[in-house]
Design a protein around this ligand. Sequence first.
Ligand SMILES: Cc1cc2nc3c(=O)[nH]c(=O)nc-3n(C[C@H](O)[C@H](O)[C@H](O)COP(=O)(O)O)c2cc1C
Length: 336
Amino acid sequence: MLFVFTPFELKSITIPNRIVMPPMCMYSATEEGQVTDWHLIHYGSRAVGKVGLIILEATAVEKRGRLSGRDLGIWEDSQIEGLRRVVEICRAHGSVVGIQLAHAGRKAWGDELVAPSAIAFPGFAVPHALSRAEIAEVVESWRQAARRTREAGFDVLQLHAAHGYLIHEFLSPLSNQRTDEYGGSLENRMRFLLEIVEAVQTEWPADKPLSVRLSAVDYLEGGLTLKDTVEISKALQAKGVDLLDISSGGILSARIELGPGYQVRFAEVVKQATGLPTIAVGLITSVELAQEIISNGRADFVALGRELLRNPHWVLQAKPDPELWPKQYERAIPRP
Ligand SMILES: Cc1cc2nc3c(=O)[nH]c(=O)nc-3n(C[C@H](O)[C@H](O)[C@H](O)COP(=O)(O)O)c2cc1C
């Protein structure tokens, strides 16, 4: 039995298989953060390829929170329509569609860098340390972005709390040296994230899954540890978060030992500690490894990033089911 191709129910949403396209920046939006034809073709192709859950790339909740000048944006209502088209095209082919909401913080493109503390990321300018009032404004941006996410018709909303961007900057002691209620103890450092979760939940339908992507470890002395991540995950669970996507690194450069499935063990620990559904990601390319992870209950989903860029038809090729192929490709379908 190929468990990777079994459906999974998350709240009111049935995800048809366990293969996830993780968020991957395409740097192909207009300068105003609008969807272009590229996004329709790129995401639509993975839906034709029967990927279970497609999570759109980091999409900026504020204009100053973009990672690049060509990021997708969700900071104003005019951006909803283009996103809705991506959702509709992908859904028409059977994929469940999510979006990653992001703020790049001290690693943003442009000249308005903000962060918990005025500590620069190497090679970037010193960011402005957000005041309490400014923190509240940023949280409100996230709430408005959640409303737009709902209006665009997405079925999964993911918060980007990984890879050294704004939320992660609050979580990690390496970038957060505040002395108010947003800094110091882990409880304080996760306050910003939990406030965003609460704000988003006022707009995001209770019957649709809310996901958070975390960097499980910073790989650096004095940085976030897996133990911290278990605590953060438990706090997210208590708030009603449904799906954790476990990545790692990004707060500062660090040595990482790469290999097939190198981050799976992080997802496994988080899943065991919380019982929450998880996504494992990182150099998962073979159906054998995907199957091993799912069938042994190490994670509930596997995300294939670069592999799905190389091969949008990975699922069709891995699953021997001629019915899944588009009928237009009839003459090319491999028959068992
Ligand atoms: C082109 C590219 C863009 C990416 N953009 C994002 C992003 O927007 N948000 C994010 O959380 N991760 C991003 N990532 C990381 C991927 O989601 C994934 O975690 C990483 O590539 C490891 O998985 P893989 O080995 O299967 O590619 C990106 C990766 C690539 C290759």
